[in-house]
Design a protein around this ligand. Structure first.
Ligand code: SF4
Ligand code: SF4
Length: 616
């Protein structure tokens, strides 16, 4: 069967074809759609497919399932691997029983991620096999291969992707579906599973190194690592970069006689024998890869080890950039240099570079409760007698980080999951003598905010924390949180309430406020900001998109042009993207976008914004 699939949908198909039974993960672009696809299409399939509270927990669930013999897969974005890395490194010593694939999706660009992390280094650090697909077809096929390889070598296998593979759509030829592989047995074996015995750990390290020696032989049967062309100029390539290289070479007449393309699918352990065979007779090598010069360094080390004097070009020689995504333009420039003549630039570049598009910072959605929370916070700071820029506001990872943009300009930092509370605490214990505020979303609180709050309560730090609870993991596509009563797969849960967690931690003052009751929230901020101890306001209101989806739009607002004096108070305070300035310089409202939150109307000093029926 041929299907048009996005890379992540193809991986979900690979989950089914590989007989994987347990799939867990934490949402993070560009990896989220794997589990979302399974939720959408898995009705009737025998599968455990659920989000976990964070990547570490997700991996440990997958590992436990695997130790009992079930095939499992865990999904995460690059920084999620950092969170899960502790148990992943230990899992290299225990090994696995059922196949275990760790899908890690990196984000060159970066397009939606805080860093351009290159997770390929984690393969070297953890000593776990890593394979990388270049297309949706390979994403599906390699998911199956990684599960089989994982059982062959008895190690977790890392399936590493990048955004353009995760989100590209192309035709995928499907394969047969295997029945899910579930629990078989779990035998007591302390030397293998207990990391408290140092002599055992030494033995397991030797076992790990021996397992790795078998990988290159094992992957041959799966047809990984390939060569095209017979030229003496060689291009070594991996992942999505393969597509850029092949598109560029399609413009070079009879390129197969001039160039040899060596595609490396197995990134760890580096396939030494394959590379030495494929690169034999090469006069020069161009390494095309995104992010760090991982392959380039490995190939240089291999050639030096073998006393082979072949020139290697890539990022370290300045042929390709060390930052950002690659594209056909930069790859064609690098290929031109090794060919000694210019390869025509892709046809579309001329069109793109002539376009001048005004920049526009991403805004919070119309009717977003976070907008109200931050406005109330800023007004509460003022009401308490502080200047706006006197009180540091630590932000966290989620939609609400968009409050860094005008007109709110609210948060001062956004660092890593859960860091808002601990960094705010750090500023206080470092000697800062005014109040500090940490703002954190509900999913991020569950993910990594609970421990920092325990620390702050335990050390009696004075802190105001706003938990912005919109009841969903909004930014990555509306995934469930532990507060949901039923998960996406229909599993009925025992919901965990944030307020109960906060009470059990022992925060000093706690209030739950609807941010649409803006006066109440302003008063609570101005009251709590001065109180000693850890004071928490849970700003609880559903994500605007979720609310509209569930309840529809019950009212909208419009601007009476006769009353509007173009003072722009509404625009400057709210920054709501449904507001725009018309040709007559009066503010207008995009009726399709307005969800009727009423915030702009509240702050129009001339009462020019009025409620209307949603059908007008
Ligand atoms: S606040 Fe009122 S008067 Fe001022 S621009 Fe907006 S709609 Fe017009
Ligand atoms: S009422 Fe005003 S602030 Fe609210 S969504 Fe509509 S235009 Fe935006």
């Amino acid at each position: 069967m041929r299907l048009a699939l996005m890379g992540n949908e193809a991986i979900a198909r690979g989950v089914i074809e590989s007989g994987t039974y347990v799939v867990t993960g934490y949402p993070g672009t560009p990896s989220s759609e794997v589990l979302m696809t399974l939720h959408e299409y898995s009705e009737g399939l025998d599968l455990y497919a659920e989000w976990a509270v964070n990547e570490r927990v997700a991996f440990e669930i997958a590992l436990g399932a695997s130790l009992g013999g079930a095939r499992s897969l865990v999904t995460m974005k690059g920084p999620g691997f950092n969170v899960a890395s502790d148990p992943i490194l230990s899992a290299a010593y225990s090994g696995v029983n059922g196949g275990l694939t760790i899908l890690v999706a990196d984000d060159p660009g970066p397009i939606t991620t805080q860093t351009e992390q290159d997770s390929r280094w984690y393969a070297k650090l953890s000593k776990l096999p890593m394979i990388t697909p270049s297309s949706p077809q390979e994403a599906k096929d390699f998911t199956v291969v990684s599960q089989l390889l994982s059982e062959d070598v008895m190690l977790p296998v890392i399936l590493r992707t990048t955004t353009r593979v995760n989100h590209a759509v192309s035709e995928v030829i499907t394969g047969d579906v295997r029945p899910p592989k579930k629990y078989r047995e779990f035998r007591k074996d302390p030397p293998r599973y207990v990391r408290a015995g140092m002599a055992w750990n030494l033995e397991r390290h030797k076992w790990l190194n021996n397992q790795l020696k078998t990988v290159e032989g094992l992957v041959r049967k799966y047809g990984l690592n390939k060569v095209w062309g017979e030229g003496s100029s060689c291009v070594v390539v991996e992942g999505v970069s393969y597509n850029y290289v092949m598109e560029v070479l399609s413009r070079v007449e009879s390129w197969e006689r001039k160039i040899r393309v060596v595609k490396v699918d197995v990134l760890y352990p580096i396939p030494r024998n394959f590379l030495l065979d494929s690169l034999s007779g090469c006069k020069e090598i161009l390494v095309v890869e995104e992010l760090d010069p991982y392959l380039e360094e490995s190939i240089k080390a291999l050639l030096q080890d073998q006393d082979l004097r072949i020139k290697v070009f890539g990022k370290l020689s300045g042929y390709l950039p060390l930052e950002g995504e690659l594209n056909t333009r930069v790859v064609s420039q690098a290929v031109s240099r090794i060919l000694g003549h210019e390869v025509a630039e892709p046809y579309h570049d001329g069109m793109i570079k002539d376009l001048e598009v005004p920049t526009r910072p991403p805004p919070l959605c119309p009717g977003c409760p976070h907008r109200n929370s931050y406005i109330a916070m800023l007004l509460g700071i003022a009401k308490a007698g502080y200047k706006r820029d006197e009180i540091p506001v630590f932000g966290d990872i989620g939609c609400y980080a968009l409050s860094v943009n005008p007109p709110l300009n609210a948060i001062w930092t956004e660092h890593s999951m859960g860091a808002s509370i601990s960094m705010a605490m750090g500023l206080k214990v470092g000697g800062f003598d005014k109040p500090v505020i940490a703002t954190i979303g509900d999913s991020t609180f569950f993910h990594a905010g609970i421990q920092p709050l325990i620390e702050a309560v335990n050390k009696r730090v004075d802190l105001l924390v706003l938990v912005l609870d919109n009841s969903v993991v909004a930014m990555t596509g509306h995934q469930s949180t532990p507060a949901w009563e039923t998960t996406e797969s229909g599993r009925v849960t025992k919901p965990v309430e944030i307020v109960d967690v906060l009470k059990s931690i022992g925060v000093d003052n706690l209030a739950v406020v609807n941010p649409f009751e803006i006066d109440e929230m302003i008063n609570k901020v101005s009251e709590f900001i001065k109180k000693p101890g850890v004071n928490v306001i849970v700003a609880k209101a559903p994500c605007a998109l979720l609310k509209v989806r569930r309840e529809g739009v019950k009212k909208k607002y419009t601007v009476l042009s006769s009353k509007c004096v173009s003072c722009l108070a509404c625009v400057r305070l709210t920054g709501c993207p449904a507001l725009y300035i018309g040709d007559d310089n009066k503010v207008k409202i995009l009726m399709d976008d307005c969800v009727g939150c009423g915030l702009c109307a509240r702050y129009c000093p001339y009462k020019a914004i009025v409620e209307v029926s949603p059908h007008e």
